[in-house]
Ligand binder design. Structure first.
Ligand code: COI
Length: 326
């Protein structure tokens, strides 16, 4: 049984080899980013493993025409795939549920970096400015942290925050009893009104596109710190920039930004980037930006690869596939 792999990285190689031999499948390296120039490499594979690169309706049709019937993304989010079109043509889609601790650890680190003004401290120290002016931080135990989205990752974040002694407010459509042990569920409005830090942990959907924008920022505490390790589309970058400029938002730590596709995970040091919002955000001393690396731990990469291969093998054999989305 052949499984096609797109965008396979060197650091995934050993995990792929081990998973393939455990599942008794043959892997076919189909190329870098899947697109209309290389879809034919998938011929003979009923299932594919891909990562966060966009899979458009046209590309889905192309894969279908060469016999692909299942696409497993080695990611939790699947907003890069045109799922509605996949459903129409009968292409099945799956994701993976890797270690949520990878992103949860990172989110807490981002919160600390923001509230302790670490970016400004480090930049200044590099220029031998060891003065204290302007870099006094705040202690988490004195703050209220609002966690929006308490699924697998958000609930891990809540558990970690409990150890810092801060007040934790949570908001989700589906409440979780474990989360209730360390956080108080409140309506979104209340979370906005009372939180000193707001951290986002929900998937990107059409409904929550730009949920953090001019209007919602206006309902938050002045000087709020916003942390995003979820999806760039949750925040209106332009509105965030304006709010950071006038102090309505006091700081931000962003592992994801709008229109990051094609930029992140590439070495672009000699390229003028076509993402002005990213350039402005990176220029602010109170805005810490990382290139969508919250997931990137050994544990999580192993999970992503193994579960994706297992999921493809299960689909091809008609076995139970816990990662099937449609
Ligand atoms: C996801 O799994 O949804 C992620 O955000 C990580 C991915 C970009 C590799």
């Amino acid at each position: 049984m052949k499984i096609g792999v797109y965008s396979g990285r060197k650091d995934e190689r050993d995990f792929f080899d081990r998973a393939a031999s455990r599942c008794g499948v043959q892997l076919v390296a189909c190329g870098a980013v899947p697109d209309l120039s290389n879809y034919r490499a998938a011929e003979g594979c009923r299932a594919l493993s891909v990562i966060t690169t966009p899979i458009s309706a046209k590309l889905l049709d192309a894969f279908y025409s060469v016999g692909v019937r299942y696409i497993s993304t080695r990611t939790v989010g699947y907003d890069h795939i045109d799922v509605a079109h996949a459903r129409e043509i009968g292409m099945h889609i799956g994701n993976v549920s890797y270690s949520p601790d990878s992103v949860a650890d990172y989110a807490v680190m981002m919160i600390l970096i923001a509230v302790r003004k670490l970016k400004a401290i480090v930049i200044r120290a590099q220029g031998q400015d060891f003065s204290l002016g302007g870099v006094r931080g705040r202690e988490l135990r004195d703050l209220t942290v609002g966690v929006i989205g308490t699924g697998r990752i958000g609930s891990c974040v809540v558990r970690r925050l409990a150890g810092f002694g801060c007040r934790v407010l949570a908001c989700d459509l589906h409440e979780n009893d474990q989360v209730r042990l360390a956080a108080e569920y409140v309506p979104l409005e209340e979370l906005y009104r009372h939180s000193d830090v707001i951290t986002l942990h929900m998937p990107a959907t059409a409904e929550n596109y730009h949920m953090i924008g001019r209007e919602s920022i206006g309902r938050m505490k002045r000087g709020v710190c916003i942390v995003n390790t979820a999806r760039g589309s949750l925040i209106d970058s332009q509105a965030l920039i304006e709010a950071l400029e006038d102090g309505r938002v006091g700081s931000a730590a962003l592992d994801v930004v709008e229109d990051e596709a094609g930029l992140y995970y590439n070495d672009l040091k000699c390229v003028n980037l076509k993402n002005r919002e990213l350039a402005i955000l990176r220029s602010f001393p109170n805005t810490f930006v990382t290139p969508h690396t919250a997931f990137y731990t050994e544990h999580a990469v192993r999970d992503m690869v193994e579960y994706s291969v297992e999921s493809c093998a299960a689909f091809c054999r008609g076995e139970d596939n816990p990662w099937l989305v449609i």
